[in-house]
Each structure stands twice: as structure tokens, then as C-alpha cells.
Write a protein that binds this ligand. Structure first.
Ligand code: BEZ
Length: 252
């Protein structure tokens, strides 16, 4: 494991080995996007570029942005136009037909800044199509992490570093920014974890576990033990309690 110093650090190889399901399960949001050849699309939080590449293959002119240099490098290795940029400080003005995002917006805890940047980046009539963690996402996992924090004298709030809004809340933010919300849904999507819960915890929550120092791995195992009755089946397969929020909104 690489020390994270309290920040989420992405390693493209670990991501490929343990989280390929993230892009594999993006079919529905891509359908909502309905990319047309020749459209200019911003992929916001493009990760390792698996979906960016798919949009390019559909004939779109795509720019990917991510705040992780490792991911931007992985995208460039695929030959993509990827830029290092904070999704909460987008630097585009009126150039995209669509802003698209999959499984990234829950990492950006200033949603007004994201939505404002997307609005500025779009051409008049452009669309914003996104899917990310919604209200109740990974609730069992977060609750187990809070319990582990409490049992070790740490702050339980350190277990939750994401943004999982309700449709009412997120739709309200989009409307306030001048978007017409065409559709917005929240739905449970139990997600099989082929490489298990410990790999998931270390990939997505290492800064939380590192606060326990030498006890880092013990705390990961303690969390997995708490979660096993809820998320592990009799054959030993793990399923994460994902809840997705999917939205399509348009500028007038
Ligand atoms: C998600 O995709 O819902 C997610 C991934 C990592 C941490 C939290 C949520």
C-alpha cells in the first residue's frame, strides 16, 4: 500500500484489478447520454478513460478531465485528450454539447461548483448527464466504518468523505443553476465485488484506515467482519450496497 497522507490516491493498476465494474456497469447512463457522432463531450471525472474511449469510438470529440495525475496519464496512454483539472473548478466556456460523468461526482463535495462549471462549459441547449452515488449509497459500509472508528477512539465523521444527495436535493441545485431537469432517478444497484470487500475498502477508503497506523490492516479486517453478515453470501461472495443517482438535465 502507498501512504496517502489523508488524501484519496488513485493507482490505475489497482483500479483496473479491483474496480473495472465501475465502467462495465455504465451502460444505462451512456444510454441516457445517447452520444451522437461529431458531438463535443466533456467527460467529467474520466478516471482511467475506459468510458472516454468508448465515447471516442462512437465518433465523439471528447475531452476527459480528472484531478488525479495517475488517471490522466493512464488516459494519455490510451491516446485520449485528458487534462488534469479539478471538477469543482472547470475551465471551459460554452464549448460542449454535453457534460457527462460516471461514478465521479460523489467525490466532489462542492456540488454547486461542479454544476456551475458544467453550465459554463456547455453550449446553449447542451445537456448534463451523470450517474453517481445517491442518498443511502454504501450505507452499511459507512456504518461499519463509523463503528470501527468509535471502537478505536477516532472521529466517526472520518468514515464519510463523499456526497450522496437525494434526487430532490440534486434536482433543486440543477434548477437553481438554470437547468431543466428532464429526468432524475435514485435506484439500488447491489454491486458484486469480485475481489472482495477488503480490496474495496483499501482502494476507496485507505485514508480512513491509515489513521490507525500499524493497526490499518486490522481495522480493515474488523470492518469486513462487521459487514460479512450483511454483504457476504454463503459462498463467500461480496456485494456492495450501491445506490445510484442518475440525471439528465438541459440548458434552455
Ligand atoms: C461509488 O461508486 O458509489 C463509491 C465508490 C467508492 C466510494 C464510495 C462510493
Amino acid at each position: 500500500m502507498t501512504a496517502t497522507h489523508g488524501r484519496q490516491v488513485w493507482n490505475a493498476g489497482d483500479y483496473d484489478a479491483n474496480a473495472r465494474f465501475v465502467s462495465d456497469l455504465a451502460g444505462a447512463v451512456i444510454e441516457w447520454l445517447a452520444p451522437q457522432a461529431g458531438e463535443r463531450i466533456l467527460d467529467l471525472g474520466c478516471g482511467d478513460g475506459a468510458l472516454t474511449e468508448q465515447l471516442v469510438s462512437a465518433g465523439c470529440d471528447v475531452v476527459g478531465v480528472d484531478s488525479s495525475q495517475n488517471f490522466v496519464t493512464a488516459c494519455k496512454e490510451r491516446g485520449l485528450d485528458a487534462r488534469l483539472m479539478d471538477g469543482q473548478a472547470l475551465e471551459f466556456e460554452g464549448e460542449f454539447d454535453a457534460v457527462f460523468s460516471n461514478a465521479a461526482l460523489h467525490w466532489m463535495t462542492d456540488p454547486e461548483a461542479v454544476i456551475g462549471g458544467a453550465r459554463r462549459a456547455l453550449k446553449p441547449g447542451g445537456r448534463f448527464v451523470a450517474e453517481f452515488g445517491g442518498h443511502g449509497n454504501v450505507a452499511a459500509i459507512v456504518t461499519a466504518m463509523r463503528a470501527v472508528a468509535l471502537s478505536r477512539g477516532a472521529d466517526p465523521a472520518s468514515a464519510y468523505r463523499w456526497y450522496f444527495p437525494t434526487p430532490a436535493e440534486y434536482g433543486g441545485l440543477l434548477s437553481a443553476a438554470g437547468f431543466d431537469v428532464a429526468r432524475i432517478d435514485l435506484y439500488p444497484r447491489p454491486t458484486p465485488l469480485k475481489t472482495g470487500i477488503e480490496a474495496w475498502l483499501k482502494l476507496f477508503s485507505l485514508p480512513f484506515f491509515e489513521q490507525f497506523g500499524e493497526e490499518c490492516d486490522v481495522a480493515v479486517k474488523q470492518t469486513a467482519e462487521l459487514l460479512a453478515p450483511s454483504l457476504r453470501d454463503d459462498s463467500g461472495n461480496w456485494t456492495a450496497d450501491y445506490v445510484r443517482l442518475r440525471v439528465e438535465a438541459r440548458l434552455a
